[in-house]
Design a protein around this ligand. Sequence first.
Ligand SMILES: Nc1ncnc2c1ncn2[C@@H]1O[C@H](COP(=O)(O)OP(=O)(O)OP(=O)(O)O)[C@@H](O)[C@H]1O
Ligand SMILES: [Mg+2]
Length: 407
Amino acid sequence: MYKKTVLIVEDEFIIANMIKMALKEMGFSTAAIVSTASQAVEHAKADKPDIILMDISLAGPIDGIEAARQIHDCCDIPLIFLTSHVDDALIERAKLTEPFGYLLKPFQEKDLQTHIEMALYRHETQTKLRELNRTLENRVKEELEVSRQKDLLLIQQSKMATMGEMLGAIAHQWRQPLNAVALYVQDARDAYESGELDAAYMADMVTSVLEQVNFMSNTINDFMNFFKPSKKRSPFNVNTAIKEVISLVYDLFKKADITITLTCAYPEAVPKPCNDQIDQICVCEPELEVNGYKNEFKQVILNILCNARDAIAPNKEKGIKSEGKVAVVLSRIVGKVKIEITDNGGGIPAELMGRLFQPYFTTKGADGTGIGLHMSKIIIENNMSGKLYAANGEKGSIFTIELDENV
Ligand SMILES: Nc1ncnc2c1ncn2[C@@H]1O[C@H](COP(=O)(O)OP(=O)(O)OP(=O)(O)O)[C@@H](O)[C@H]1O
Ligand SMILES: [Mg+2]
């Protein structure tokens, strides 16, 4: 049977040998007897005994407490101090090495046995606990990684869903300028046939066509930027971010008879100069600034706007004759920026309210993935430390985002 090994550190030869004999009777084997601190550290490292009995006052410049400290730092071996001193300061120093026992000399064999067995038992329990902790830690890490992967997949899926929306918006925004270019070309042919195609006509046409082409090119750039993930958390202006999203979908919503408004409801807000011809929607100043991920935030706004449109559309199909309205209201309350998006699409049935933000919850059948709001919540609450919640208003739902204001 395997006998537990004991390293005896004791500079008094007779005592060391008495301990050795006692250990033999108890069924332990003595790994070595050493009399100095440096030998003790060396043996502990080389032989890895199961337990160490350490005298405090040793021959040589270093005492047993310092030896115990060095062993504690390098090796996981339980240690019991043997000493004839009961000095408080010594005990305090000894404590720092986290010994498994402190036995006063002279001691009875029985005491020694009890101390050793208790120390071995405690050490074993501690080792098991540590292993258990490590296993648990690894489990938690694995689970976190699995859930992170799921989040990534969700983000990807939600991007694909949004991409569909965006393609629709691009197609819409391109139709106008494409038609215009087609008209210019036909007009040029007519002008040529009737002999009106002179230098001035050409110059005029080139300018007009390039204007349309530029517009199309800018639209593409806007969309490309929209899909780039924001690299790091950084300050951005909420007003502008929201305006950018609204501009992308404004025409498309208009086509579905839905108007979007953006209002600033904080007292110091004044309208920002705005070109009604170009800007579908105007912002106000001073802008509210938050810290976070601008593109992801824009995706959240887009999700909520598209949901509002989806809620309004069926009412129109049913012939309910109210104009579709989506209102975005910006306000600030004690250090927080509040964004409320209200629609008149009829609201959310009470029994569904608790499930809106669950992944894959959708009432749109094959047309919805049910990720939009779940993703939005992750972005706002986990990534930007804010809040996103839903409620029913008078004519439809109200989605509210709260973020810490950057001041
Ligand atoms: N403004 C709203 N009015 C009424 N119901 C809403 C509104 N916004 C969301 N909902 C409900 O919440 C559900 C979940 O929305 P979510 O955006 O997560 O998924 P989805 O729109 O169904 O699909 P997708 O992942 O394509 O966005 C919707 O299916 C709808 O039933
Ligand atoms: Mg949605």
